[in-house]
Design a protein around this ligand. Structure first.
Ligand code: KIV
Length: 279
């Protein structure tokens, strides 16, 4: 059964936690879909984990459409959310609607996600008016890395926590169908979750959210270097991939690969004729 905004809302109401993972390609999306993940986020985190940038800021609409279309071809049942990249919606409402439309029309997304609170409510309202569901994103919003002065937990002071609660209420009022809460204290995420009628999906926001999202390279041990505290490695796929590549190198060098099992043959008489012709 296809997951929709109604499925996610019903999950919040019944206390059935929402599962969301990022994916950027068709193969991974198909595996996640088969496993029954509720939603796939084509995050602009692809800038880092797929394209090797330092942060999400260089990601373009073309990048997002390309990867969203690949994910849409791989997943049948998961609700597909595509990130709106930096400067594709902050500039004005018209840009926001046009770019959200492209992610749905050319990428096959079921919803778009954009970062920010009260300052993007007009954009949320207009995109929703164009019949495109919007997932909001509050807290440690990576597109604001320069404004934050780094990737830091948000909402730790009373003022900032109050602002986040207010932003959450405003984005809900503007028509958002769900909100990602990233990098905020778990108690604050719990308060927001209780105050909102729409589902909250947490990343680094504790277990009191209506669901969780993780970047798949992080949760499968594929990310090199430092991973944040909130990341749990559920399977060390990185070790498995390294083992496979090392075995391939070793067997190719020794000649053990390819063996008979992985080799094509031709009829004996064809081969003997060829041998005669070629000496
Ligand atoms: O881009 C992304 O992967 C995200 C998640 C971290 C929520 O926005």
């Amino acid at each position: 059964m296809k997951n929709t905004i109604s499925t996610l809302l019903k999950q919040k109401q019944s206390g059935d936690r929402i599962t969301m993972l990022t994916a950027y390609d068709s193969t991974t999306a198909a595996i996640m879909d088969e496993c029954g993940v509720n939603a796939i986020l084509v995050g602009d985190s692809l800038g880092m984990v797929m394209l090797g940038y330092e942060n999400t800021l260089p990601v373009t609409m073309e990048d997002m459409i390309h990867h969203t279309a690949a994910v849409s071809r791989g997943a049948r049942n998961a609700f597909i959310v595509a990130d709106m990249p930096f400067m594709s919606y902050q500039t004005d409402v018209r840009d926001a609607v046009i770019n959200a439309g492209r992610l749905v029309k050319e990428g096959g997304a079921n919803a778009v996600k954009l970062e920010g609170g009260s300052e993007v409510c007009e954009q949320i309202q207009s995109i929703v008016n164009a019949s495109i569901p919007v997932v909001a994103h509050l807290g440690l919003t990576p597109q604001s890395v320069n404004a934050f002065g780094g990737f830091r937990v948000q909402g730790r002071s009373l003022d900032k926590a109050r602002k986040l609660i207010n932003d959450a209420l405003e984005i809900q009022e503007a028509g958002a169908c769900a909100v990602v809460l990233e990098g905020i204290p778990s108690k604050l995420a719990e308060i927001i979750t209780q105050k909102l009628a729409i589902p909250t999906i947490g990343i680094g926001a504790g277990s009191g959210c209506d669901g969780q999202v993780l970047v798949y390279q992080d949760m499968l041990g594929l990310t090199a270097g430092h991973t944040p505290k909130f990341v749990k490695c559920f399977a060390d796929a990185g070790a498995l991939i390294r083992k496979g590549i090392l075995e391939y190198i070793s067997e190719t060098k020794s000649g053990a690969f390819p063996s008979e099992e992985h080799t094509y043959s031709a009829e004996e008489d064809v081969i003997s004729q060829l041998m005669k012709e070629c000496g």
